[in-house]
Design a protein around this ligand. Structure first.
Ligand SMILES: *[C@@H]1O[C@H](CO)[C@@H](O)[C@H](O)[C@H]1NC(C)=O
Ligand SMILES: *[C@@H]1O[C@H](CO)[C@@H](O)[C@H](O)[C@H]1NC(C)=O
Length: 144
């Protein structure tokens, strides 16, 4: 097929798709599709979600090395949900941590952490290398 033929086919297909009635946007209750165990975290080089940012859903219970852009260069670290928390770490995932504090600044990062929009407030703006996130666990041991 000639390139122009391909393009015509694509346009025809696209036109066909857009002619279909749009399915109603419905919020799944009880979930047809189970939400994957991942949560969104916003990382930015600047405070208050400024500068270069990256927003992604990260799998829970796994360590994630930050990309080069954010290596030792993250001031906004904002978990975007109150049902999970993250541990920012000073070492790479593959590193063996020998610090008794787990190579974090000693605390988990929750949605309501007052420093999430400026890690400089806890002198951590040049420390983030990796992190891992976990679902909130209630006192009786079940997931929140
Ligand atoms: C971030 O925003 C808060 C609230 O508007 C402000 O008080 C603070 O100075 C800002 N931080 C920086 C580093 O711009
Ligand atoms: C998860 O834990 C944090 C910190 O204790 C709390 O603020 C938040 O409300 C909890 N979220 C849920 C869904 O239990």
């Amino acid at each position: 097929m000639q390139l122009s033929g391909v393009i015509t086919s694509i346009i025809a297909a696209a036109a066909c798709v857009s002619a279909l009635p749009k399915p109603p946007v419905k919020r799944a209750v009880g979930g047809l599709t189970k939400r994957p165990p991942a949560q969104q975290v916003l990382l930015c080089q600047g405070a208050n979600a400024t500068g270069i940012c990256h927003y992604e859903a990260y799998a829970l219970d796994e360590c994630h090395d930050v990309s080069e852009d954010f290596f030792h260069n993250t001031r906004t670290f904002a978990p975007d949900g109150d049902d999970f928390y993250c541990w920012p770490r000073v070492g790479k995932c593959a590193d063996i941590c020998k610090s008794p504090t787990g190579c974090t600044f000693g605390g988990a990062f929750y949605f309501d952490n007052p420093h999430k929009y400026d890690l400089a407030q806890i002198a951590w703006e040049k420390s983030l290398v990796s992190f891992d996130c976990h679902k909130n666990i209630t006192t009786d041991g079940t997931a929140a």
